[in-house]
Design a protein around this ligand. Sequence first.
Ligand code: PMP
Length: 361
Amino acid sequence: MERIFNFNAGPATMPLVVLEEAQSELLNFRGTGMSVMENSHRTKEYEAINSEAEALVKELLGVPENYRVLFLQGGASTQFAAVPMNLVSADSHADYILTGAWAEKAQKEASKFIKTNIAASTKEENYTRIPRTDEIKVSKGPAYVHLCSNNTIFGTQWQSFPDLGDVSLVGDMSSDIMSRRFDVSKFGLIYAGAQKNLGPAGVTVVIIRKDLLEGIPTNIPSMLRYDIHAKNDSLYNTPPSFSVYMVNLVLRWLKNNGGLVAAEKRNAEKAVLIYNTIDNSQGYYRGHALKDSRSLMNITFRLPSEDLEKKFAVEATQQGMIGLKGHRSVGGLRASIYNAMSLEGALALVDFMKVFQSKNG
Ligand code: PMP
């Protein structure tokens, strides 16, 4: 069966070799006579997957020794609540930087439990850009400053992370983790749902500085407590074992293909091809994000009319490119080109864009 080019925002395309590998050991996982899904999570086979995945996250991202890597459930949305519950004491508060719908959701959820301060927001500009460092007004003594590294819906991305002195950042990296290198030590905590760059849905990676595991308030439910999950090496309860297994295969694939240095290069190459097509279209294609805030993961753009946008998505689908319809809050088109999107996929889209313009321009 032929595979299509999948530009979905998430769950998203996965590397073919990873899917094939999973397929090859689906019925008999490494001589156990059963699939990994059927295996107990209390076996040495599963523990090996769990610890290899953890080690690969550390190795690929260069996670310092004083951090833990956890595999949790409930998606990034659960972290919107878990982060403030765990990290903010009754007499404290946290700052949020609003750069899109997901950052807003994180702040709204946190504000159910704690006091939040908006340190910066580009909402009035329809989230077309990331705030400059001089626009970020950190309050006095927040427990952390929360940001969303890549705004999946609006197609903007922090090009570098701000230095805010002693204050730790907390990052929602759901849609760009493992796409590029960055300095983990700027963050007290990082979280990411797996279903874009890491594997299938069902598991969320949390990277937390060890000192933040101390002093978590006692009245937090066990399943939301980072200290309990850390103490149990992410095996406090039944983990999403198949998802963790797939994440492990994806991380191996990344490592075997040059790690983040090479991923960064491939991602830039794909994104530049598409952005150049937008920029060289004499205004036919209009990018949503301002140039200095453009995401290398989600490329959002408009056409001259909504009818043409619909036609574009329909005809692209007929040519084997799916998932290009933009999110309803931005409109237009969105091409999600995570790590596993091939250069061939980006080239096919660019060719299609040029032909579409020449026929409908
Ligand atoms: N944050 C970002 C940046 C996202 O893109 C998404 C999902 N699209 C979420 C959070 C929510 O993730 P989940 O569905 O895993 O809860």
